[in-house]
Design a protein around this ligand. Structure first.
Ligand code: 5GP
Ligand code: ZN
Length: 155
């Protein structure tokens, strides 16, 4: 182990100690927590888009999805789906959007992975996932698919 890994550990430590969602997970910051089990915590968003807007986080700090081991990602989404169903039924919502703003370009502001659960109600004024961005590219869908397939080819 060289000084590189030491520097990385130090910067990770700084990220964790200053992280709002680590503070919530540690109980150092007030939150309206509704679920906390097996390393996954769900609490209400402080600026909700709709009643019941919930954030689901891994207790452990990962800035973005790419940093998370696949198993942890699986557990996070399993819990998120379960929490979403319960929130929908408890609040009488008509449906929900579930997703991650992953990276600055996608609107991520808090760099501790979190799944948004946004319960939906008739006439809540919102849109679908397709309203997050608008296609301005020149390539066809076929050309884009051809670019992508090599990434999934068996090695
Ligand atoms: P992002 O854009 O990173 O996906 O969303 C961050 C979310 O965290 C926002 O919806 C914002 O309202 C919420 N948020 C930011 N700070 C706090 C906080 O201190 N407590 C809670 N409960 N939610 C927060
Ligand atoms: Zn964190």
């Amino acid at each position: 182990m060289g000084s590189h890994s030491g520097a990385r550990a130090e910067s990770e430590e700084r990220a964790v100690s200053g992280c709002l969602f680590c503070q919530i997970a540690r109980g150092e910051r007030t939150s309206h927590t509704i679920f906390d089990k097996d390393g996954v915590v769900a609490f209400l968003d402080i600026f909700p888009c709709t009643p019941g807007h919930t954030l689901v986080i891994p207790r452990q700090h990962y800035a973005t999805l790419a940093e998370m081991p696949a198993e942890e990602v699986g557990k996070l989404f399993q819990v998120a789906a379960m929490v979403a169903a319960k929130v929908q039924s408890a609040l009488g919502a008509a449906g929900f959007n579930l997703g991650i703003n992953n990276g600055k370009a996608a609107g991520q502001e808090v760099f501790h992975v979190h799944v948004h659960i946004i319960p939906r109600y008739p006439d809540d004024g919102g849109g679908s996932m397709k309203s997050v961005a608008h296609f301005k590219g020149k390539e066809t869908v076929e050309q884009i698919a051809a670019k992508l397939r090599p990434s999934f080819a068996p090695s």
